[in-house]
Design a binder for this molecule. Sequence first.
Ligand SMILES: *Cc1c(COP(=O)(O)O)cnc(C)c1O
Length: 390
Amino acid sequence: MGKTRKFETEAIRTQIERTQFLEHSAPMYLTSSFVFDDAEDMRASFAEEKDRNIYSRYSNPNSSEFIEKVCKMEGAESGFAFASGMAAVYSTFMALLESGDHIVSSKSIFGSTHSLFTNFFPKWNISTSYFDVNDLASVESLITPKTKILYAESPTNPGVDVLDLELLGKIAKKHGLIFIIDNCFASPYLQQPIKFGADLVIHSGTKLMDGQGRVLAGITVGKDDLVDKVYRFSRITGPALSPFNAWVLSKSLETLSIRVDRHCSNALALATFLESHAEIAWVKYPFLKSHPQYEIAKKQMKAGGCVVAFEVKGGLEAGRRFFDRIKLLSLSANLGDSRSIVTHPASTTHSKLSSDERLAVGITDGMVRVSVGLEHIDDIVADVDQALGG
Ligand SMILES: *Cc1c(COP(=O)(O)O)cnc(C)c1O
């Protein structure tokens, strides 16, 4: 059947070879190294004349299963799995860039990625120019002869803006840039950036892929030649995913589609409820018709994702009061968990920015980000409503 199998089927039936015990569910390969038959086998394996496991910093059957699943889900040729999403981001960029290279990136990217670009990459003479998510027309003006990578996330964190991936893909192609998308907020179930021209797709597996807030993980998938560079850098530097976490994630991916379907229907229901709430200044969710990029979201996503952003009337104080009143939803920094989570970007993740800097990336003082979980929607809505004083 191969390529004709559907997403849900591949998520469940992509599995490493069975052992002599004929287990139904893939076992965990908690081993740091693998053995050789003889001197010639060992030589040929190290010379890469054989495609086999040598050492778990390079590859491991559990990681291979996880990678193969994500490659099928994203329509990618190959991949490498990392100990965290940030290890994936860091290693991918370091593997591909030289001193003097330049990145053009969306301004609205994950906080640690932004810090990496602005606080650390200049040490290696790698510079970054940022474009506003609402001004994709400016992207081309930032490209120089030194630009090597075009980078973005969609939907963005925490403002859930949506970027036109097809348009960005065309710009990258026209200028010969490597187009990389962090697809963590959508998950491969909702959006496959390779269809729109992405060369590499990065995920934090910590979010919707695990979906139950248990393990940290990251993965980069995409074109063979680029992934090979990422692999060669990573097998030397050692950011590999642990086999235990790979096993957990591969199991989690079996249920990704049904979990994400429910995340999305719950999120849309909460967003719709908030839209008519008297204490709310605005609410943003990609699949609400009022979202500024609703048409683009519909074009490139299967559903709107698990994150809803909204502004409580009354600014910072009202935002803080909302958090003090929340009972069921967790106050936590994660997202894509089965448990619903609320965060207040202005006083937590983005508190080190000035008010103006926050506004530039779409974060207002009363803004709340909800990662809508899998609890019953009535209980989620009731908790948010009572915290708003309803
Ligand atoms: C969480 C996250 C990351 C980083 O992933 P970790 O697993 O926490 O290292 C990167 N990008 C996005 C969009 C994220 O949400």
